[in-house]
Design a protein around this ligand. Structure first.
Ligand SMILES: [Zn+2]
Length: 52
C-alpha cells in the first residue's frame, strides 16, 4: 500500500491527537500554526481545530 507523504488540504485525523490544526475557512489550505492570514488567499479567516 502506497500513501502520499502528506496531503495538502484534507484532514489527517487519526494521529493528530493533542495537536492543533489551522486551516483556512475559505480555501481549505492548511496554515502554519500561529498564522492568522492564509498564505494562499490572504484571508484572515483561519480556523483552529484542536485534536483531542
Ligand atoms: Zn485560504
Amino acid at each position: 500500500m502506497k500513501l502520499p507523504p502528506f496531503r495538502p488540504l484534507r484532514r489527517l485525523f487519526g494521529s493528530t491527537h493533542g495537536e492543533v490544526l489551522f486551516e483556512c475557512r475559505r480555501c481549505g489550505s492548511t496554515v502554519e500554526p500561529g498564522t492568522n492570514v492564509c498564505p494562499s488567499c490572504e484571508q484572515r479567516s483561519v480556523a483552529r481545530y484542536e485534536m483531542e
